[in-house]
Design a protein around this ligand. Structure first.
Ligand code: NAD
Length: 372
């Protein structure tokens, strides 16, 4: 075993986001005792108390550096439930009409926007104008123009804008990125990303163009778009795409069911990806270079993520993605920490620019060049 790799395979990120060492041999696990965290804590309000908002709130219970202190919701009964469950004081509860008043609330540092995609732009800009940092869920907007407006508004308001890319903190993903960066995979030649699931209820907002901005590509295909970039370490310069639709009633005009897309990268690598709302068990990344390969399956689900490389199995223990994400994001916002893979507004804007190009390529049948 290459010694650096050996070391890194023992370097484990704890649920508190604080790295500790353990031996490969689990019978002899030697963990350094975790130090009690005494640094700054990011005080967060969640906007949108739905499925994913609940998951983030639960994960934040074990976060060391981020704490849920407030809520923004249009449903008074949900606010009451969350107040009781997470011990949230009345003064930190807002609705969609009055949340600009968060400006005068020193107990909230950041708002995590976890609403349907079509609401992200307006809500992010309002939070920025109220002088609070924003964490916005993916996709950050409906298109690149909206994403740029959000980036500009946050810059102008002098607040940070981060996008909820939880995989950017996932240890097995980061180990593959390390191997690629250190040349262990050689010259990168190809990436394959498969992202999809069979979507149910036809009335949900994810199948409403106005609220979702599209279909599978906005929701799940974005994982392959983003993954191609962090796995290869470059941004694509051309895109081709082909769309297929088996159910035009469920997937109306502008709501994509299945899109296959291909990227070309400046270093000569190519990528071939699939985004779909019509097939299950599609969550796989594969990257190959002239010296080695890496594979993750599942690659982006809530975990455990599983994977191997030509160097062997990836053996990090599972960590709750959202807990580590919130710990790391607190470090980025409060202490200016630099993540290995960026999670800022520009990173989200790049994905939106690529998705715009994918939709254009699928519509026109032509290769679309992307200028950076
Ligand atoms: P959801 O439907 O479960 O929750 C959405 C919430 O927004 C609900 O509480 C709903 O009441 C509220 N809402 C406010 N205004 C609304 C409106 N006009 N129409 C509909 N709902 C409205 O959805 P979700 O799964 O929690 O997704 C929310 C966001 O989180 C999306 O952007 C999604 O892409 C993202 N997400 C990210 C991940 C991830 O792993 N990073 C996972 C799931 C969802």
């Amino acid at each position: 075993m290459n010694s650096r790799r050996g070391f890194l395979q023992k370097l484990v990120v704890s649920a508190a986001g604080i790295p500790f060492l353990s031996w490969d041999d689990s019978s002899q696990i030697i963990n350094f005792p975790e130090k009690k965290y005494e640094g700054p804590v990011l005080k967060v309000a969640i906007m949108g108390l739905g499925g994913y908002g609940t998951m983030v709130a639960e994960a934040m219970k074990t976060s060391t550096r981020a704490k849920l202190v407030g809520v923004i919701s249009g449903t008074p009964s949900k606010i009451k439930n969350w107040q009781a469950k997470y011990n949230i004081p009345e003064k930190n509860c807002y609705n969609y009409e009055n949340f600009d008043a968060i400006k005068n609330n020193p107990d909230i540092d950041a708002v995590y926007v976890i609403t349907p995609n079509g609401l992200h732009k307006e809500q992010t800009i309002r939070v920025a104008k109220a002088g609070k940092h924003v964490i916005c869920e993916k996709p950050m907007a409906l298109n690149a123009a909206e994403a740029k407006e959000m980036v500009d508004a946050c810059k102008k308001a002098n607040v940070k804008l981060l996008v909820g890319y939880r995989m950017h903190f996932e240890p097995k993903t980061l180990e593959i990125i390390r191997q690629r960066k250190e040349g262990e995979l050689g010259k990168i030649l190809f990436f394959q990303g498969l992202s999809g699931f069979r979507i149910g209820d036809p009335t949900q907002w994810r199948l409403n163009k106005k609220l979702a901005g599209g279909g599978a590509m906005m929701d799940i295909g974005i994982y392959s778009v983003n993954g191609a970039r962090y796995m290869i370490g470059e941004d694509p310069v051309w895109v081709t795409a082909q769309e297929t639709k088996t159910d035009p009633v469920k997937f109306k005009e502008g709501v994509d069911e299945t899109i296959q897309f291909q990227f070309g990268f400046p270093g000569g690598a190519t990528a071939s990806c699939l985004s779909t709302y019509n097939m299950n068990n599609l969550d796989r990344f594969f990257i190959t270079g002239d010296k080695g390969f890496a594979e993750l399956y599942p690659a982006t689900g809530y975990g455990p993520i599983k994977g191997r490389t030509s160097n062997g199995e990836l053996e990090y223990p599972h960590v709750t993605h959202q807990t580590v994400q919130m710990d790391e994001m607190a470090g980025i916002i409060l202490e200016g920490k630099q993540p290995i893979v960026p999670v800022d507004g520009e990173e989200g804007w790049k994905d939106m620019k690529i998705i715009d190009a994918i939709y254009l390529a699928a519509k026109t049948g032509k290769r679309v060049d992307i200028k950076w």
